[in-house]
Ligand binder design. Structure first.
Ligand code: NAD
Ligand code: TDX
Length: 332
């Protein structure tokens, strides 16, 4: 494998993966990205031009996708509409990009017999009760709750069907909630960090008891590369780093790390259909493929992330007012 096509490589996690590839492989990388509101070309700045190329285009556009797939050895597919709250406001781009876009990629890899790794989310499994001792495994039945997670579930099913029906050489990974630098400030952790910087009280949906299983984006990237290199075709791997925390704990930690009173937050309107708890059992990936997360300590990973947002205000500031105005319309 010499040439890799990375869709959505200008987004939060895709760009982290491109940096990871530059540092840990000799691959030449083409990023295919539509540069939506969620993308950031700055996240790719400074990478070697002889190894990383950006093509601006839509994964649902067959005329763009097919020749690119033909010219590469494998595809790692990150491109998606990714934010649950946006999917509640307007599901249409989620259906188009996440379902039709994945279908377009699948038809191209089928035609040109290329290896595919499809990046997905633990949200396809729905949610767990707060007091349930179980975690998600590769055998958990699909039960998505939101338009976003349903569209990702649909994309996973398409990949599985193309493997079984057409012999497409694909793997799938379902990862838990990522945090780290370059995450759009619409998402929970960067929204609250930038609120505190601005002197705004962090905003917790509902009771704040909802649990997410946090993993640093660097660990997600190393897991995806491990699956690309060593994963068994047709298999699904769950990616997680034993990082379960409820939203209340995360907000209190952000406030404390930023030198504020831990109770200095507000409860706001809950998200419609808000999933209670996600939790990943990642034994298959660890035991079969030998992967281990590097960020074992959430508090220090979060402290680094806070520092990154404090020192990269130029990057997020232009998006802050519009992001908050959208939330304000819903009392969030
Ligand atoms: P993001 O929203 O930060 O980035 C998505 C990228 O995809 C952007 O650069 C955007 O421009 C691009 N894109 C969107 N529509 C496109 C289209 N039609 N054609 C080409 N490019 C398009 O998302 P993220 O948080 O980096 O998530 C990346 C992937 O990882 C997604 O598939 C998501 O479902 C999955 N995932 C995310 C998380 C998480 O916690 N953020 C967890 C598990 C899985
Ligand atoms: O202001 C907020 N207040 C709040 O309490 C926001 C933006 C969120 N929340 C809550 C909702 C969730 O319980 O925080 C939790 C995390 O919210 P998000 O950052 O929106 O993430 P989530 O909905 O859990 O989905 C994320 O993880 C799985 C990513 O956005 C998805 O792309 C990924 O698939």
């Amino acid at each position: 494998m010499e040439r890799l096509l990375v869709t959505g490589g200008a987004g939060f996690i895709g760009s982290n993966f491109v940096h990871h590839l530059v540092d840990h492989t000799d691959l030449n990388i083409t990023v295919l990205d539509k540069l939506t509101y969620a993308a950031s070309q700055e996240s790719l700045a400074g990478l070697p031009e002889d190894r990383v190329q950006l093509v601006v285009g839509d994964i649902a556009d067959e005329d763009v996708v097919e020749p690119l797939v033909a010219a590469h050895d494998a595809v790692v597919h990150y491109a998606a509409e990714s934010h649950n709250d946006n999917s509640l406001n307007d599901p249409s781009p989620f259906i188009r990009t996440n379902i039709l876009g994945t279908y377009t990629i699948l038809e191209a890899v089928r035609k040109h017999d290329k290896r595919l790794h499809h990046v997905s989310t633990d949200e396809v499994y729905g949610d767990l009760e707060l007091d349930d001792p179980k975690r998600f495994t590769e055998d958990t039945p699909y039960n998505p709750s939101s338009p976003y997670s349903a569209s990702k579930a649909g994309s996973d099913h398409l990949v599985r069907a193309w493997v079984r029906s057409f012999g497409v050489r694909a793997t799938v990974s379902n990862c838990s909630n990522n945090y780290g630098p370059w995450q759009h400030i619409e998402k929970f952790i960067p929204r609250q960090i930038t609120n505190v910087i601005d002197g705004i009280r962090p905003k917790l949906y509902g009771s704040g008891e909802n649990v997410r299983d946090w993993i640093h984006a660097d660990d997600h990237s190393s897991a995806v590369l491990t699956i690309l290199e060593k994963g068994r075709i047709g298999e699904t791997y769950l990616i997680g780093a034993d990082g379960e925390k409820n939203n209340l704990e995360v907000v209190r930690l952000i406030l404390t790390l930023m030198g504020k009173d831990a109770d200095d937050f507000d409860h706001v309107n809950d998200r419609a259909g808000h999933d209670l708890r996600y939790a990943i059992e990642s034994g298959k990936l660890r035991q079969e493929l030998g992967w281990q997360p590097q960020f074992q300590d959430f508090e220090s990973g979060l402290a680094n992330t806070i520092e990154w947002y404090q020192t990269h205000e130029d990057w997020w500031r232009p998006h802050k007012d519009a992001t908050e105005a959208k939330y304000a319309e819903k009392g969030q």
